[in-house]
Design a binder for this molecule. Structure first.
Ligand code: TTP
Ligand code: MG
Length: 539
């Protein structure tokens, strides 16, 4: 019989707040929020109990909650480092290291092998897997080799909550596998809490989407298992915008198509259109999804509404595929300013390269081959497409005989500035809202990394004639970087608000340039999409 995978989704609770609390435990007792520029990017659960909301505008939050403590979260390095440490720690517990990292605070664990192994032991033991044997306990082995490593658990009850609230019809097959999965999830979460001090919300199910959604149904510091027989009922009550990977744009396209031709004026308003999975499933069809979203996305999203998600857990590699650092601005028109910004970004980029690509002996573990500069002309708006130019990364970056300052100046003058000139073309007058410096095409270093010259001799190319449009696929980023980049290429709920220059700004009313269609609040354009998410998250 074909068995379903067992997937655990973990999401750290109020993650940036937990990291802040880790460094300053006093914060645990008070209501506080982490802000990035004009937005509350998260707040702790003490604050949430008072009514503070994630993604609320900072001005609103401080008006409404004058005692709310605000912590500046614009330096992402601590969150990044904590995130990595937790990922490594969780990965140690999962056979084959099958752990995928999504952004800073979510992990998907494919524990199918561990469950299969333990189910076989359970079968051998003939432990009655029936709910009528509430005392049946089982020693779940965390190691194939060492039978003493593991934990005891009851096989006749679930650890934590059950999505849709009820026990399955039987405790066999996939159901029993998920019961064991729930105990494993509980064990892993407890280890993370006991040893690393972080609470998490966990979900257990047969695929990534169901596990993730189950996990977010009970928060914080809880876990939930979703048995396949309840999956559709569970999903049907959700707004389609709450299904992971269905972004605001896809949702609008779907609703527009469903409600096209409806006479009711109300139906043209976002809030008045029934967007539950149940309703959409019944009013739309797979073909309609394909027509409006294209074959692959249409298929994928339609399947998701039916609890079907075949995407495998892709173990995240230790080596990033690229490292990029960026900042955004209201307007950047001066070449000297561009030079200054590029210098600042390059220092951060080098720091990140030293952290992510060097081992503790100072040897390079991976060598980026290409330098890429991206920008976004102001004329195309704060969310417009990026344009970029690339060329070979000067190998001086890997030199240990030059100072950091020398390398930064070299890169700015010989690499980024010429690329910038190519980007703006002959235009003497320019106005850009973003600068992103990246090293890409990172290749694993030869085992003995001393012979860098021959390594580079092998592969050198430029693609500087290529003008490419970069979407949100850039990944690892850092201190001044966008979280957006961390969140792969899917439509996701995360935005970073480091959208303006370095100053600690609370935006003035007159700098708000777009109205929210739901509440009418005017705001900076780049915050609008995140703010829509705030409405979608509801209470
Ligand atoms: P979330 O997991 O969405 O939020 P959270 O961990 O703070 O809270 P919860 O207990 O509900 O899981 O996001 C993880 C971190 O990512 C969050 O702490 C702050 C950051 N973040 C952004 O930078 N931009 C965003 O739009 C969101 C939603 C989060
Ligand atoms: Mg979280």
């Amino acid at each position: 019989m074909l068995r379903s995978p067992v997937i655990i989704a973990l999401d750290w609770d109020a993650f940036y707040c937990s990291v802040e609390e880790h460094f300053n435990p006093e914060l645990k007792k008070i209501a506080f929020a982490v802000k990035q520029k004009g937005i509350i990017c998260t707040c702790n659960y003490v604050a949430r109990a008072l009514g503070v909301k994630k993604l609320q505008l900072l001005v609103d939050a401080v008006k409404q909650f004058p005692d709310l403590v605000i912590v500046n979260g614009e330096d992402l390095s601590r969150y990044r480092d904590a995130s990595k440490e937790l990922w490594y720690f969780a990965r140690e517990m999962v056979w084959g290291g099958k752990v995928e990292r999504l952004g800073f605070d979510e992990l998907f664990l494919d524990v199918t092998d561990m469950i299969d192994f333990n189910i076989a032991l359970l079968d051998d033991l003939h432990v009655p897997p029936a709910s009528s044997h509430p005392v049946s306990t089982f020693f779940f082995r965390m190691s194939k080799e060492d039978p003493s490593v593991g934990f005891s658990c009851p096989v006749s009850s679930v650890a934590g909550n059950m999505a849709a609230g009820s026990l399955p019809g039987d405790f066999e097959g996939d159901n029993l596998r998920l019961v064991l999965g729930s105990h494993l999830c509980h064990y892993i979460r407890s280890q993370i809490l006991d040893i690393k001090g972080y609470t998490s919300s966990g979900g257990v199910s047969i695929n990534k989407t169901l596990a993730k959604m189950a996990g977010s149904s009970h928060k914080p510091n809880q876990q939930t298992v979703l048995f396949p027989e309840f999956a559709q009922d569970f999903l049907d009550t959700y707004d389609i915008g709450r299904i992971p990977w269905i972004g605001h744009k896809s949702k609008s396209l779907i609703l527009d198509a469903i409600y096209k031709g409806t006479d009711s004026v109300n139906h043209t308003m976002e809030g008045a259109r029934d967007a539950t999975v149940f309703n959409v499933r019944h009013l739309a069809s797979k073909q309609l999804f394909v027509n409006i979203l294209g074959q692959s996305s249409g298929d994928k999203l339609w399947n998701l509404l039916h609890g079907v998600d075949q995407t495998a857990v892709q173990p995240t590699s230790d080596m990033p595929t690229q490292i990029s650092i960026e900042d955004t601005f209201k307007s950047l028109t001066d070449l000297i300013e561009v030079h200054n910004v590029l210098r600042r970004l390059t220092y951060s980029l080098l720091d990140r390269m030293y952290i992510d690509l060097m081992d503790s002996n100072g040897d390079w573990l991976g060598h980026p081959q290409t330098a890429r500069l991206s920008t976004r002309p102001r004329s195309t708006g704060y969310y417009g497409p990026r344009i970029s130019r690339s060329e070979s990364l000067p190998s001086i970056v890997f030199s240990s005989s030059h100072s950091r300052d020398y390398i930064v100046d070299y890169l700015v003058d010989r690499c980024w500035m010429p690329l910038f000139s190519k980007l703006i073309g002959d235009a003497k007058i320019f106005d850009v809202v973003l600068l992103n410096v990246a090293v890409v095409n990172i290749e694993k270093a030869p085992t003995k990394s001393s012979d860098i010259t021959s390594f580079f001799g092998k592969k050198r190319y430029t693609d500087d004639n290529e003008l490419d449009v970069v979407h949100r696929a850039e990944s690892p980023v850092t201190k001044r970087a966008k979280v957006v980049g961390e969140y792969a290429d899917l439509e996701v709920a995360h935005f970073n608000f480091l959208g303006e220059d370095d100053e600690d700004v609370i935006f003035e009313e007159d700098s708000y340039d777009e109205p929210c269609v739901v509440c009418g609040q005017r705001m900076i354009s780049f915050a609008l999409e995140a703010h829509m998410r705030f409405h979608e998250l509801g209470d």
